[in-house]
Design a protein around this ligand. Structure first.
Ligand SMILES: [Zn+2]
Length: 271
């Protein structure tokens, strides 16, 4: 059954994700509070353009993972060529290693200076709504593509497992960046296992110890295990040094150049 669902999802992947984006944009609009609707519309234009450029420049992540898995399966060297776990087993294995890799990759994006110069583009957003899901520098998308297609090459999961998990991850990312309200009592229960919009806002805090926490994007387990889980609410979103980046949080060209400017500033400050 999971297999059939995944087949259907894979045939309409981008159409479904576009529909989900529209649904989450509408929820954000309803819950925008003091944020003007025009600001939200600009967010979607800017972040959509950035994501679109990433897709054009570096193909895209689900396709590169599928290619990695297909290549190693054909060569008979991926994990699945050695053992048969059935679809549910293959799917569980993929989710386990994918989420662990995602945690370690996200941690590296914050700890390694060059990677942080790319990833801070995502964190420069001071508004944070579901469109922020798409706000990634094409350079970061390229590194992610290398990391996750290598993982797919090693594990050689079935195509359906990759597509099914990519859909669930995309939807969770839209949800945790957005403004979908969740009653407190229910949130507490959900947060025992999953990240919620409230918990992910902690990661988008301008206060550095909070920025460097909650690296997982679906399950809270890896952060709890490695001691990076935090739940106190942030006072301000964005980054403390956002001012040094000028309009970088809002202009397309400045966002693209921001990694170079950031690394240059760091070098000058050191000299
Ligand atoms: Zn981050």
């Amino acid at each position: 059954m999971l297999d059939n669902l995944a087949q259907a999802l894979s045939a309409h992947f981008w159409a479904l994700m576009a529909l989900a984006a529209m649904a989450f944009a509408a929820i954000d609009l309803v819950n925008r509070g003091a944020t003007p609707a025009t600001t939200l519309a600009r967010q979607w234009l800017l972040h959509g353009a950035l994501y679109g450029l990433g897709l054009v420049l570096v193909l895209n992540l689900p396709i590169s993972m599928l290619a990695g898995a297909a290549a190693s399966f054909r060569l008979g060297i991926g994990l699945r060529a050695w053992a048969d776990f059935g679809f549910a087993g293959d799917f569980a294995l993929w989710v386990f290693f994918y989420t662990l890799t995602q945690y370690l990759f996200h941690l590296s994006l914050h700890r390694v200076r060059f990677l942080w110069s790319l990833h801070r583009v995502h964190h420069l957003d001071e508004i944070v709504d579901s469109s922020t899901t798409l706000r990634h520098h094409p350079g970061e998308s390229l590194v992610a593509l290398l990391v996750f297609s290598t993982l797919a090459f090693i594990l050689a999961p079935p195509m359906a497992a990759i597509v099914l998990w990519s859909c669930l991850e995309f939807l969770t990312d839209f949800w945790t960046h957005g403004r979908t309200p969740l009653p407190d009592g229910l949130a507490r229960k959900v947060e025992a296992v999953l990240f919620t919009p409230r918990l992910h806002r902690v990661h988008h805090s301008a206060f550095e110890p909070q920025t460097n926490s909650n690296y997982g994007n679906v399950f809270t387990a890896w952060d709890r295990l490695f001691g990076t889980f935090r739940r106190e609410l942030p006072e301000r979103l964005g980054l403390d040094d956002a001012e040094a980046s000028g309009d970088a949080s809002r202009d397309f060209d400045k966002l693209l150049l921001d990694p170079v400017m950031y690394l240059r500033r760091r070098r000058e400050n050191k000299a």
